[in-house]
Design a protein around this ligand. Structure first.
Ligand code: AMP
Length: 291
């Protein structure tokens, strides 16, 4: 497995990999991450490995997508362990830039996707998705992957990246991948390490409420506000849970389902999306429903 830390290094390594295989047409499957890899990331790596001649991973904690009071400086990092996970999952090349390799100058150009970013995490974390779409555009331009793999754990991010690549004619196929969960239902996240034992136990209300929502949705007759209220009430049964948002949106447009005429909703998908704080840790989870 090769490791590249600068833009020229990674570009040269991709060319060399293609040449060495004698296959200039080998496709590149790319998994962008912020590291501290877990089984959710590994599932993306395995899919990229199985569908492409060359499997690539990037690890970059992107300062541009963190707000001033967020956890950029304390975001968990473990390069050695991440490289082992990459090797174990058949990665050919890891791109591990530092901040100066990605942003040698002050950033004056940003990529911003309108509307899809207005609500959910876009509302709670101003500027977050501009940071995401800017860094992903840069990574796509540097690596020029054929396919890029993203987890539905960050469903709004998938909608944003799909729209960005479509609007800008970026020649990459976005591959959304299912959420990987612990056996008790908690969605895997690098941030789960911040949780105390009690917070970890109470955090199960997220996945539980999404499970319960399936029945509530089936019975609600289109009254999505009542489903939202039931979910909020269930989450509040955990005293440590501090709700940031509970929303029901159409997907991938990310418009509130409550006010949309049923004709607009027919045949689309509903996204139930949750963001809840436990102490200093903000967790997100979601589920998509066909309607
Ligand atoms: P991150 O390192 O948190 O930026 O995540 C990198 C990629 O892994 C993103 O596409 C995430 O959606 C995806 N990911 C994170 N957690 C999970 C999970 N539990 N299941 C599936 N994909 C995930």
């Amino acid at each position: 497995m090769q490791i590249a830390r600068t833009v020229p290094e990674v570009r040269a390594a991709i060319q060399e990999l293609k040449k060495r295989r004698g296959d200039e047409e080998a496709t590149v499957g790319f998994v962008p991450t912020m590291g501290y890899l877990h089984e959710g990331h590994a599932s993306l790596l395995r899919k990229a490995r199985s569908e492409n001649g060359i499997a690539m991973l990037s690890i970059f904690v992107n300062p541009l997508q963190f707000g001033p009071n967020e956890d950029f400086s304390r975001y968990p990092r473990d390069e050695e362990r991440d490289l082992q996970v990459a090797r174990d999952n058949g990665v050919d090349l890891v791109f591990l830039p530092d901040v100066s390799a990605m942003y040698p100058k002050t950033v004056k150009t940003k990529v911003a996707v309108a509307e899809v970013t207005d609500l959910l995490c876009g509302a709670s974390r101003p500027g977050h998705f501009d940071g995401v779409s800017t860094v992903v555009t840069k990574l796509f331009n540097i690596i020029q992957p054929d396919r890029a793999y993203f987890g539905m754990k960050d469903a709004q991010q998938v909608a944003v990246i799909e729209r960005m690549t479509e609007d800008l004619n970026v020649p990459v196929q976005i591959v959304p991948c299912p959420i990987v969960r612990e056996s008790d239902g908690l969605a895997l996240s690098s941030r789960n390490v911040y949780l105390s034992g009690e917070e970890r136990r109470q955090a199960l209300v997220l996945s539980q409420s999404l499970q319960l929502a399936e029945g509530w949705l089936a019975e609600c007759g289109g009254d999505y506000r009542s489903v939202k209220a039931l979910i909020e009430a269930h989450i509040r049964t955990s005293p440590l849970a501090d709700i940031d948002y509970v929303e029901i949106m159409d997907y991938p447009s990310i418009r509130p389902a409550y006010d949309l005429p049923s004709t607009e909703l027919e045949g689309t998908r509903l996204l139930i999306a949750l963001a809840v704080r436990f102490g200093r840790t903000r967790l997100i989870d979601n589920r998509l429903f066909q309607i």
